[in-house]
Design a protein around this ligand. Structure first.
Ligand code: FAD
Ligand code: NAI
Length: 465
């Protein structure tokens, strides 16, 4: 009898297992694939960031080295080597998770986990062998899969999802991307930098439609300069594989059908919770119309000893959100009173420059009728930005009009993924814009843009503009 059985070894599941074991609970983890780490390590965060970094090096070699005074003859992409390095990064990271399981004495079962009842999990391994294991508590962390709509079903050859886009054997001449969200812009950037033409077809009137509207507006200008083409307000009707090319048929905002042709089409219109094969009914677990497992504020399903975390439940589909929920579930099971502030989960898009945000958008504050002040500082005004020739972007801070409390921070900036943590920390301690503005920031750094935006928000007195 285990104290905790975790199903799924992504960032939610493996972190839940580690925390359970740290708390002295006898823990097992079930993973259907041969490697641990889930979407994030195998086909998500880690491989995409490896390719983003490699392609950015190439882009710099061909675009900025010369101005920096570095002459190299005809740099070329060796896609095979780029993919090999990415695969090595994946396997090192997945091996690291295996090491952590062993170190924490967590028993790993490889096979499809399914409920026999609310305390028994059947593990069906690749060689069709079945084994039942018993757990007092079960944590479901089975994650998500790519979503698509009728007419755009991926054939995984020319009409692809992020999983195939991470292992293409050739650089597309023209890549079509359906969806100007996170995956579309990150993987679109990879192939744009490697030389593909990239055309993005988006249903909403702007890119990154769920973020603060100023982000999409500013960032589309940056991407257009890089050569991206956007078809906004286009509703995709059908995608056809025509052998060596694909055709996307979409209705534009006037209702006229347009055809866009390329040689690959990446479908990136969101992800959906994954529970296939779990046999939730055998344990009486409720899911909703979106396939997500329904949980209360303690991540407990309607069956009290069964919890669910990460992409398979409501909320942002992000690795760090899944991890926090993994820790929460383990601590709650052990009798602690943990806490997660779901309003302060930062979101990052790893393009260049990077995009990062935390807290409320301007549109959400308006909808909630909260009066606010806004301070914006452009990256180009920083000495550090000119020194490194990275002058695109801005930091925007939204603060409560009365109390000056920081309510949201949105940025496009070099290393925004790291910069955003200053805002998250400040907001966790409910700092005011003036608090941030009065902190000494090192010079020359990109962090000075945060101080300046805070000065602009609190008293409209930035120093360097
Ligand atoms: P997953 O990571 O999806 O893990 C679920 C695991 O459960 C899988 O290993 C699966 O095989 C296993 N499983 C499912 N059913 C069963 C079963 N019945 N029995 C046994 N095992 C089962 N997020 C970020 O925060 N930052 C990023 O930079 C980022 N980049 C991304 C890039 C891409 C291309 C994609 C697709 C996603 C990215 N994400 C990123 C999102 C991130 O990968 C997910 O939010 C995260 O992996 C969710 O973690 P999870 O533990 O809930 O589920
Ligand atoms: P997304 O939700 O970010 O973007 C989907 C986009 O597709 C939206 O802009 C939407 O308006 C558009 N869309 C939807 N239906 C459409 C249609 N029929 N025609 C045209 N456009 C349409 O989803 P995405 O990019 O697939 O990513 C999935 C998840 O993976 C996200 O929730 C994200 O959190 C996670 N992820 C996170 C990353 C990160 O943290 N850096 C990187 C990659 C993925």
């Amino acid at each position: 009898m285990y104290d905790v059985i975790v199903i799924g070894s992504g960032p939610g599941g493996y972190v839940a297992a580690i925390r359970s074991a740290q708390l002295g609970m006898k823990t097992a983890i079930v993973e259907k694939y041969s490697t641990l780490g889930g979407t994030c390590l195998n086909v998500g965060c880690i491989p995409s960031k490896a390719l983003l970094d490699s392609s950015e090096h190439y882009h710099n070699a061909t675009h900025t080295f010369k101005t920096h005074g570095i002459d190299i003859e005809n740099p070329k992409v060796n896609l095979k080597q780029m993919m090999t390095r990415k695969d090595e990064v994946i396997s090192q990271t997945c091996d690291g998770v295996k090491y952590l399981m062993d170190k924490n004495k967590i028993e790993v079962f490889h096979g499809i986990g399914s409920f026999v009842n609310s305390t028994t999990i059947q593990v069906l391994s690749d060689d069709k062998k079945k084994k039942n294991i018993e757990g007092k508590n079960i944590i479901i962390a089975t994650g998500s899969k790519p979503n698509y709509f009728p007419g755009m079903e991926p054939d995984k050859k020319r009409i692809i999802t992020s999983t195939e886009a991470l292992k293409l054997k050739e650089i597309p001449v023209k890549m079509l991307v359906i969806g100007a969200g996170v995956i579309g812009l990150e993987l679109g950037s990879v192939y744009k930098r490697l030389g593909s033409q990239v055309e993005v077809i988006e249903f909403a009137p702007q890119i990154l439609p769920t973020m603060d509207l100023s982000i999409g507006k500013d960032f589309s200008k940056i991407l257009k300069k890089e050569g991206f083409k956007f078809h906004l307000e286009h509703r995709v009707q059908k995608v056809e594989n025509k052998g060596k090319k694909v055709i996307v048929k979409a209705l534009n905002k006037k209702g006229v059908e347009v055809e866009i042709e390329g040689d690959y089409c990446l479908v990136a219109v969101g992800r959906k919770a994954f529970t296939a094969g779990l046999h939730l009914k055998n344990a009486g677990i409720d899911s909703n119309e979106r396939g997500q497992i329904v949980v209360n504020e303690h991540l407990q399903s309607n069956v009290p000893n069964i919890y669910a975390i990460g992409d398979v439940v409501r909320g942002a589909m992000l690795a760090h959100k899944a991890e926090e929920e993994g820790v929460y579930a383990a601590e709650f099971i052990s009798g602690q009173k943990p806490h997660i502030n779901h309003n302060l989960i930062p979101g990052v898009v790893y393009t260049w420059p990077e995009i990062a945000a935390v807290g409320k958008t301007e549109q959400e504050l308006i909808a909630d009728k909260i009066e606010f002040k806004s301070g914006i500082f452009p990256i180009r005004a920083l000495g550090r930005a000119r020194a490194s020739m990275d002058t695109n972007g801005m930091v925007k801070i939204l603060a409560d009009k009365e109390t000056d409390e920081i309510l949201g921070v949105h940025m496009i900036a070099p290393r925004a993924a790291d910069l955003i943590m200053e805002a998250v920390t400040a907001m966790e301690y409910r700092a005011s814009a003036e608090d941030l503005a009065r902190i000494c920031h090192p010079h020359p750094t990109y962090t000075e843009a945060i101080k300046e935006a805070a000065l602009a928000a609190t008293e409209n007195r930035p120093l360097h503009i």
